[in-house]
Design a protein around this ligand. Structure first.
Ligand code: PMP
Length: 380
């Protein structure tokens, strides 16, 4: 008998030969700047928990209390039996932080992108997206059925050229971009994109996953950092990075959110966010509002590490994501391994996730100076 799954062995071998094979590593204990990875105590430069809130006692107690009060699961989709007052509270908190009329919470940032993009455009429409956009934006574009053009990373001239040649052939046009590029750490040219969206009558969706809680005077994100609050944007984000919980959101005008409640399949046909995740996220947003020192400390840490790494092939970054380029995937892997032997946890990021291999350092507000010095010392 032939085995219809035999090709999977070949595919796995190809992945291994290219040094692209990945596997999970098991962490123990609470998240934080120092973690236990498979029995080893390591300084953590691999976390998206930028403000150190995922292990915060206040989030933990709020989540535990929510479980006691509302149970473990939402038990149904939001439009049927899964909507609770805590969901509304979280959505109002997100809209307040973002300075938008309304917000809608999804089960993850990935699902927020898939559902929102596929609801906004269809086969008659066109999407223009940055080549380095996150997988969820790219797959949302595919799912929508719209024609998709990718422009070179952050290249406004090429985006303009694409708009000039293609915009008129389509009904609606959606521009999609990460605000902080997750595997590089640089920012999208948002003001210029807003200008183009205005000139060419386009919707503009910006993914604030790595910017929320991190960038801008109050931590509202890249939109705030560029003083673009109030512009007609659709902002996507996650609750799983600086907000320390799980889930995703879209924030925008009341009518956009109302439309998405009626058209976003990844929101309509899935179970509401769990009570624990919901309440943890609301608590985190309140803390972000009350404790600006976390953001200040984060940026001090970023500045310190950037200064220390400046001779080291750093990719341009305006965020807490600092990437050191390494020529080949196997070199990246062995450098990451050697760092681990020195007590540093920093992953090698390789193709196909990124075009070139790199070690990615993700800075946290709760890193101590000693942690950063140890990294610099180990690299030396
Ligand atoms: N967008 C970007 C830019 C991301 O980096 C991520 C997470 N890696 C997501 C969306 C997805 O968010 P989530 O983890 O909540 O699904």
């Amino acid at each position: 008998m032939t085995d219809p799954y035999s090709w999977i062995d070949d595919a796995l071998n190809t992945i291994k030969r290219a040094h692209w094979y990945r596997h999970t590593k098991t962490l123990k204990g609470l998240p934080g700047p120092v973690i236990n990875v498979e029995g080893e105590t390591l300084i953590n430069f691999a976390s998206n928990d930028y403000l150190g809130l995922a292990g915060d006692e206040r989030l933990i107690s709020a989540a535990a209390e929510a479980v006691r009060q509302y149970g473990t699961g939402a038990t149904g989709s939001r439009l049927l039996s899964g909507h609770r007052e805590i969901h509304g509270e979280l959505e109002r908190a997100i809209a307040r932080m973002k300075g938008t009329e309304d917000a809608l919470v999804f089960s993850s940032g990935y699902l927020a992108n898939l559902g929102t993009i596929a609801a906004l455009v269809t086969r008659k429409d066109v999407i223009l997206g940055d080549r380095y956009n996150h997988s969820s934006l790219k797959n949302g574009a595919k799912l929508s059925g719209a024609t998709v053009y990718e422009y070179p990373h952050r290249n406004i001239e090429e985006l303009t050229r694409l708009l000039q040649s293609h915009r008129n052939q389509y009904r609606h046009c959606l521009l999609i971009t990460d605000s902080v590029f997750s595997m590089d750490g640089d920012l999208c040219p948002l003001p210029e994109m807003i200008g183009l969206a205005d000139t060419y009558n386009c919707m503009l969706l910006v993914d604030e996953a790595h910017a929320t809680g991190v960038l801008g005077a109050t931590g509202a994100g890249c939109v705030e950092y560029y003083n673009c609050t109030g512009f007609p944007l659709i902002q996507i984000g996650t609750l799983s990075k600086a907000i320390g919980s799980l889930g995703g959101y879209v924030a925008g005008s009341a009518k956009t959110i109302d439309y998405l409640r009626n058209r976003a399949a990844t929101w309509i046909y899935t179970t509401g966010l769990s009570p624990a995740d919901t309440v943890a996220a609301t608590t985190a947003i309140q803390i972000i509002e009350k404790e600006p020192w976390r953001r200040q400390k984060l940026w001090e840490n970023v500045a310190f590490l950037k200064e220390g790494l400046k001779e080291r092939n750093l990719l341009p970054s305006a965020s807490p994501i600092l990437c050191m380029e390494v020529a080949k995937p196997d070199q990246a892997l062995s450098l990451s391994q050697r760092l681990q032997e020195a007590g540093i946890y920093a992953p090698a990021i390789r193709p196909p996730t990124v075009p070139t291999s790199r070690i990615r350092f993700s800075v946290m507000a709760t890193h101590e100076k000693e942690h950063l010095k140890k990294l610099l010392c180990s690299l030396r």
